[in-house]
Design a protein around this ligand. Structure first.
Ligand SMILES: [Zn+2]
Length: 428
């Protein structure tokens, strides 16, 4: 299935507000979404998006209802779900209303603590993950709207509000602090990022461990509710019992598939590289082409890493050479003593011509990492690497993967420019 620009926009939250469940619920689109339950006693907000989108979400909310916000529930502690609180707090102060109850899992509090400890690191890595965005992603957990009602362990939490019953279930999936909300009277599930409307973001290369099998179990627990509506953390409202069930079931199936096939191969004594390439060969078309499993943000390749990492240590090649490896630059220098850099460049070009872009990159890296002289050969290698990366990024649909690859090309530009200038001045 083709990923169009329009589909991408919708997945990233550019969707009009939808009112459903007899006018009681609203979905306000954003990155991520904000789910709203409107009762006679006030509002429940399920997620409040990220800080830069706080005003947008709030404006859209106030277009559909003026009732006070009584509960805020964090589906999990990621920055795109619980940091858009400024306009909400400002309104409460202005109107002299009571502060809302804020519900989250206990691990969400630990997450905020971690974000505070690693604040600069998270800014740095999010700038890479979101490199293609115009405004840099500056995330800080130094200001948080902290939970007042805390969910512990696997305990479900049930409460009544505005004449309705609400059930909150903790899960592991994208995170260990995930909770989802079930509203039985209106048959609505608010799923958070357990449903992102494309391939689960289960193996993000920058982030800590995620949980594919638990993700499948969460999907199954949601399926038991036989819900009419499912509000995803990202993407459009999923409507109709059959559709909701189908989307949950294919996601569970894909998570079980990647989990179980890797476990099987680990039990056969295979190392990561072999498992990875076998899994790529094995990927069934029914997952590859399913509209809710498209690799738009995360992807199947990343999920393979997630499962392996869940059960395996960092020594993943089975080759003792890799236990205490030499520096990449020292290895490359040795290669260049054996064969001239020009041979690596020629071979790289051959591979580019044959469409073997990945092999070309490995060959170019020998010159780039091993060259001691700043010469025309190095310039050519850098320029070709930048071209190859751009070419790869164009065909890469996963937002995270294409950012990593494209950002690699962008980071080469100052080096290329500087070297060009240097060589030019030497020639004069
Ligand atoms: Zn999210």
């Amino acid at each position: 299935m083709k990923i169009t620009q329009e589909r991408m926009r919708r997945a990233f939250g550019f969707i009009p507000t939808v009112t459903f469940a007899d006018g009681v619920c609203h979905l306000i689109g954003g990155f991520g979404n904000c789910g709203v339950v409107e009762t006679d006693d006030g509002l429940i907000l399920f997620d409040i998006s990220m800080k830069p989108l706080g005003r947008k979400i709030f404006r859209d909310l106030r277009e559909v209802t003026n009732k006070p916000i009584k509960y805020i529930i964090y589906s999990h502690g990621h920055f795109d779900h619980c940091f858009g609180f400024d306009p909400i707090i400002n309104e409460i102060k202005e109107k002299g209303w009571d502060m809302p109850e804020v519900i989250a899992h206990e691990n969400c509090i630990r997450r905020f603590e971690k974000y505070r400890m690693l604040d600069k690191y998270h800014i740095w890595l999010n700038q890479q993950q979101f490199a293609s965005l115009k405004n840099p992603v500056e995330v800080s957990a130094h200001e948080t709207l902290d939970p007042t009602i805390i969910i512990h362990g696997n305990d479900k939490y049930i409460f009544e509000f505005g004449g309705y019953k609400f059930e909150i279930y903790p899960e592991w999936g994208e995170t260990d602090d995930a909770i989802w909300l079930w509203m039985p009277e209106k048959s609505v599930i608010f799923a958070g990022d357990l449903m992102v409307s494309h391939f689960p973001n289960v193996g993000n290369p920058y982030k800590v461990q995620r949980y594919p099998k638990h993700w499948a179990l969460a999907m199954e627990r949601m399926m038991e509710k036989n819900a009419e509506y499912l509000v995803p953390g990202h993407g459009e409202l999923i409507e109709g019992k059959e559709k909701v069930k189908e989307v949950l079931s294919i996601t569970a199936e894909a998570m079980y598939f990647v989990h179980d096939e890797i476990v099987k191969r680990m039990n056969e004594g295979k190392w990561f590289e072999q498992i990875f390439h076998e899994m790529i060969e094995l990927f069934p078309d029914k997952f590859k082409n399913h509209p809710y499993l498209l690799p738009m943000y995360g992807c199947y390749e990343f999920a393979i890493h997630a499962v392996y990492r869940l059960y395996h240590g960092w020594y993943d090649t089975g080759n003792p050479t890799d236990l205490y490896p030499a520096r990449t630059s020292d290895i490359a220098k040795e290669f260049l003593k054996v064969a001239d850099g020009i041979k690596f460049l020629e071979q790289a070009k051959k591979n580019v011509d044959q469409g073997n872009l990945q092999l070309a990159l490995h060959l170019l890296d020998v010159i780039i990492n091993g060259s001691e002289a700043e010469n025309a050969l190095l310039l050519e290698a850098l320029t070709l690497k930048s071209k190859v990366l751009k070419q790869k990024a164009e065909t890469e649909t996963s937002f995270i993967a294409s950012n990593i690859i494209n950002n690699g090309a962008i980071l080469l530009q100052p080096k290329i420019k500087e070297l060009k200038k240097k060589l030019k001045s030497q020639n004069h």
